[in-house]
Design a protein around this ligand. Structure first.
Ligand SMILES: *[C@@H]1O[C@H](CO)[C@@H](O)[C@H](O)[C@H]1NC(C)=O
Ligand SMILES: *[C@@H]1O[C@H](CO)[C@@H](O)[C@H](O)[C@H]1NC(C)=O
Length: 401
């Protein structure tokens, strides 16, 4: 008898030798992920935190060891490290690629923990970690393991209270420069190692998010090696990773955006990012959207504000990606009203989730399809075929906000 996991691996390996690029609809590894909106210290200016991340991503400051995250909000996965494993709550981040622990729960070393002696250092938009690199056994989901994953053991962290570290699932190039004594070396990510150790047949990560209407909720799922067909409807439409810098260093794609039938952003490059909350567009696109919707800027939250009459008149916001059009309904364009007061807003107000990236289009980084976009579509991050895919879910057109 093969254990179920190896049978699955064999099946999936068999599948992967079929015509390429093949789509694997039953991931061998899925794990639940929980949304966290940490505003326990009262209300926070979420837009300000989010903008710090976007600014750092956009400035391409990860070159020479800077990547970024937003530690106020995020998706958390429970990941085991060591043997016996200690479970750490790690932020799932497509915008950075190092995996490390020790911010809250200290790294518990076991017989599988091997000190590589390499100092590791990553700066984020509004925080940082530095420490020592280890390799260790990492357990994802129900017992599937990576035997020699690079793990940062943080000795100093800034801005990571309430979480233990990061599970970095961005492109491997973002790790370059993070081993300070070996600045040209990249560190294989968890996805790379699952693949090289034969656990997954392709370097593919599938992400499902449900809409978040409370502060902490386990409503997401992360899949390695394939997608979870139970979480989306119809087909996944793919588009190639963009060749335009700096978007190309992340999960970057080309897209154009229309509001109703009005083009607000012509085809240009930007990124897809789980660690950004709002939907950012170039200033010219933002201004067009603002005037089309009639929205005003709210002083308290910094977000666009509409009246209930204007909300009733909202049109779909359409994203043309590859040969597909993905539409955010009017309800998908507003912040969950149940969380208005958590971000310093008033409970009855209607805030839009479209925000200004701060520079005109043409910068090579003209949008960020953040969490408020991703909670409406299943997303697929496919390193093997250099592409990003999206599919509809049961929440695409749902009224949740
Ligand atoms: C939320 O953030 C504060 C610091 O801003 C921190 O003290 C607290 O532990 C965090 N709580 C959770 C649940 O993450
Ligand atoms: C994306 O847009 C750029 C600029 O228009 C273009 O050069 C490139 O071919 C497009 N497609 C990809 C996959 O980068």
């Amino acid at each position: 008898m093969f254990p179920a996991a190896s049978l699955l691996t064999i099946l999936l390996l068999a599948l992967s030798i079929a015509a390429s690029p093949v789509e694997i609809r039953d991931s061998p590894i899925t794990l639940p992920i929980a949304r966290r909106l940490n505003v326990s210290g009262g209300t926070i200016n979420l837009l300000e935190y989010d903008k710090a991340r976007v600014a750092a991503l956009k400035d391409d400051r990860h070159i020479g060891s800077i990547a970024v995250t937003n530690e106020v909000t995020g998706y958390i996965a429970a990941v085991g490290v060591g043997s016996p494993a200690t479970t750490y709550n790690l932020i799932v981040d497509t915008g950075s690629s190092n995996t490390w622990v020790g911010a809250d729960t200290a790294y518990v070393k076991t017989s599988t923990s091997v000190n590589t002696g390499q100092p590791v250092d990553v700066g984020y938009g509004s925080g940082s970690f530095s420490g020592t690199e280890y390799t260790d056994t990492v357990t994802l989901g129900s017992g599937l393991t990576i035997t020699k994953q690079s793990i940062g053991d943080a000795s100093t962290t800034e801005g990571f209270s309430g979480v233990d570290g990061i599970l970095g699932i961005g492109p491997v190039g973002l790790t370059e420069g993070t081993l300070t004594n070996s600045p040209t070396v990249t560190i294989p990510t968890v996805t790379d190692n699952l693949y090289s150790e034969g656990t997954i047949p392709q370097k593919v990560v599938g992400i499902f998010f449900g809409p978040t209407t409370s502060q902490t909720i386990t409503n997401g799922e992360l899949s390695f090696g394939g997608t979870d067909a139970a979480k989306y409807t119809g087909d996944i439409g793919y588009t190639s990773i963009t060749t335009t810098n700096p978007a190309s260093t992340y999960w970057g794609i080309n897209e154009s955006i229309t509001y109703g039938s009005t083009t607000i952003l012509s085809s240009t490059a930007g990124i897809v990012d789980t660690g950004t909350t709002f939907l950012y567009v170039a200033t010219d696109a933002y201004n067009k959207y603002k005037s089309e919707t009639g929205a005003t800027v709210d002083g308290a939250t910094g977000l666009l504000l509409v009246s209930s009459t204007q909300y009733s008149a909202l049109k779909n916001l359409n994203f043309n990606i590859g040969s597909n059009t993905l539409s955010l309904t009017p309800n998908a364009q507003i912040w969950p009203r149940s969380l208005n007061t958590k971000i310093g807003g008033s409970s009855k107000a209607i805030y839009l989730i479209v925000a200004d990236i701060g520079t005109p289009s043409g910068s090579g980084f003209d949008f960020v399809n953040g969490y408020t976009f991703l909670e409406r579509f299943y997303s697929v991050f496919d390193t093997t075929n250099s592409r990003v895919g999206f599919a509809k879910t049961s929440y695409t057109d749902a009224t949740t906000n």
